[in-house]
Design a protein around this ligand. Structure first.
Ligand code: 4AD
Ligand code: MG
Length: 443
């Protein structure tokens, strides 16, 4: 007998009937004579049938879930009415356990430590093991596909990818959430956003994007705030505000389309979020002032428990209630100057407001923040003064307004929030490998 080909467990990868597979035991079900295993390898699952002596050997060796195995056998369709991943079953005739592959059984088995009732903090301490679970595994597979799809979609729109620094000496989104660190003999911060650096790339490279980590020293424990998150940011040159909104709609829909092209990824999304539907274009557009009226009409109070008024921040709770009731993506636009960042372009018709946009999704709220940028030097200097920011460390940013300024704009999208929406996860903490937030920096 020649050695059968080594195959991965995913549906499309397994060809021929006699195969050799590697994987870990995900589930086991013992009968009198036979043992059924579900093997996993990160590509998929396969049911394995150990008959007679093979089942006995499995027991004698006291093998348990999570043990790594090499198995040879005949791949067959499962009998009518029986259930197995991809309707197939491997009839094993040989298996092998290499030194050290055996999983600890008994009290040390991961299955004994991780149950549905395990506390959330314990689950997070055991993230290196809970990552093996079916839900976590699916979310991570979707995450990989989404990140890849953004790269492809940006290529199609002729944006170029750049990699701005993570160590910086300027803030973008306010001093309250800066992580400060010693940097040789100076102070530096972990970047909150690559936006200002992206703006400086426009003259040399045209439209640009980056997929980098951003850091926020958020001190609140919410289900959508991380201290370290993956920030997908883009900057577009010579555009208008309506161009920016059109682009945003296009990129989000195209990314979902590309992501769904892979059948394994599509199935993962539908398993996690059975009601998922491609958002309808155009997205609902709503001005900030209309949102305030809407919140008043619906008796949804502001953070002080009072009716909303123009100028109020729309806090997380109110925002989520609004998105859940409207139940479709919303472009919320034209926020007042006072509650937005210093760099935002003012609306020509109503200079109390900015050419700004937040994209809100049902179940999550804000997943994108963007705007047109102030392109006039004097106005920008006045904005620094208004925010009591020293413009000196921003010389490289203000210089852009001296040497060929242009109407331009961009946005940042939080990848974990996008995934929380797409995969219907309760918290962004479950949408990254090892979440970092107030009080947690391990494992
Ligand atoms: O709205 P933000 O703060 O906007 C910016 O940083 C802009 N400079 C981006 C730009 O125009 N290039 O952040 C953008 C997005 C938010 O909409 C949210 O999805 C995500 O980043 N985000 C966070 N995600 C997880 N944890 C946090 N603490 C986040 N803070 C922002
Ligand atoms: Mg924002």
């Amino acid at each position: 007998d020649t050695d059968p080909k080594k195959v991965k467990l995913g549906k499309d990868d397994v060809k021929g009937t006699r195969v050799r597979v590697f994987g870990r035991v995900h589930r086991e079900r013992k009968q009198k004579m036979n043992t059924f295993l579900t093997l996993k390898d990160g590509y998929g699952y396969m049911q394995v049938l150990l008959q007679g002596d093979l089942a006995k050997t499995y027991d004698i060796l006291t093998l348990t879930r999570e043990t790594s195995m090499e198995i040879l056998g005949e791949l067959k369709e499962v009998p009518e009415g029986a259930k197995a991943p991809n309707d197939r079953e491997l009839h094993a005739d040989y298996f092998k356990i290499h030194d050290g592959w055996k999983a600890a059984g008994g009290d040390d088995a991961i299955t004994n430590r991780v149950s549905k009732d395990t506390e959330h903090a314990t689950l997070l301490d055991l993230r290196h093991l809970t990552l093996r679970g079916e839900t976590a595994s699916k979310v991570m597979i979707v995450r990989d596909a989404v990140e890849y799809a953004f790269n492809q979609a940006y290529r199609e729109l002729r944006l170029r990818k750049v990699s701005p620094p993570a160590l910086v000496q300027t803030q973008v989104e306010g001093g309250a959430t800066l992580f400060k660190l010693p940097y040789y003999n100076e102070d530096a911060y972990l970047t909150q956003s690559s936006q200002l650096y992206l703006e400086t790339c426009l003259p040399s490279m045209g439209d640009v994007y980056c997929i980098e980590k951003s850091f926020r020293a958020e001190k609140s424990l919410t289900r959508r705030h991380l201290a370290e998150y993956t920030h997908i940011e883009a900057e577009l040159d010579f555009i208008t505000f309506p161009d920016l909104l059109d682009h945003l709609e296009q990129i989000m829909c195209r990314v979902i389309e590309i992501t769904m092209e892979d059948p394994v990824v599509k199935q993962s999304i539908l398993d996690l979020n059975p009601e998922f539907q491609m958002p309808e274009r155009p997205f609902k557009r709503m001005r900030y002032s209309e949102a305030i009226d809407w919140l008043i009409e619906h008796n949804i109070p502001n953070e002080d428990g009072e009716p909303h008024k123009f100028g109020d921040d729309i806090a997380e709770a109110a925002e989520r209630r609004m998105t859940d009731i409207i139940n479709r993506p919303i472009f919320l636009t034209h926020f007042p100057v006072e509650i937005k960042a210093f760099y935002m372009q003012k609306d020509k018709e109503d200079p109390r407001t900015t050419e700004s946009v937040d994209c809100l999704m049902p179940g999550v709220g804000e997943i994108v923040g963007g705007s047109m940028r102030m392109d006039n030097l004097e106005e920008l200097m006045a904005a620094f003064a208004r925010e009591k920011l020293d413009p000196a460390p921003y010389f490289w940013y203000t210089d852009q307004r001296k040497y060929g300024s242009s109407p331009h704009g961009g946005y940042g999208l939080g990848l974990e929030r996008f995934l929380a929406w797409l995969c219907k996860q309760h918290t962004v903490r479950d949408c990254c490998l090892y979440p970092r937030y107030f009080g947690r920096c391990k494992p």
